[in-house]
Write a protein that binds this ligand. Sequence first.
Ligand SMILES: Cc1cc2nc3c(=O)[nH]c(=O)nc-3n(C[C@H](O)[C@H](O)[C@H](O)COP(=O)(O)O)c2cc1C
Length: 144
Amino acid sequence: MKILIAYFSYSGNTEEVAQLIEKKVQQEGISVDKYEIGFGIMPNIEAYDIVFLGTFTWDYGSTPSEVKDFIADIGYKPERMAIFGSGDTQFGGEELFCQAVEKLVHFYASKWDGLKVEQSPRGSQEQIVNEWIEGVLQDVAVTA
Ligand SMILES: Cc1cc2nc3c(=O)[nH]c(=O)nc-3n(C[C@H](O)[C@H](O)[C@H](O)COP(=O)(O)O)c2cc1C
């Protein structure tokens, strides 16, 4: 199995989630590549069994344009897209919290709930992140 973690982050929170995912996946002995959206060469999405796609939310529940461009560059909807992101309930409460994650889960008709992290995942939310990853990997192991 081969996994890609593609993420976009301004101030580092979504990047921290990406790092936790990378660590956990490596611990499971699975091959993983990490790609920061907008930097370097566009990865070959078809080469991966699962893509973890991460984004923060901004501008009243919007998805950053860089993430939209990345999605357009992919050009198709991979079957196994696991969506994660960080947000902040101070910007519009529960309704707008991590709306970009919700939107992408819907867009890809992802079989997994999106992972929504309040700002940095460090501390109490780390457990939630790990459980979410385990859920994704378990599903794939069962259906592979
Ligand atoms: C101008 C602005 C608007 C934001 N709007 C939202 C929002 O609508 N929903 C939300 O959940 N978070 C919102 N946020 C919070 C960010 O998504 C949050 O800080 C996130 O952790 C940033 O991710 P990053 O550190 O990976 O860049 C907003 C932040 C800024 C600066």
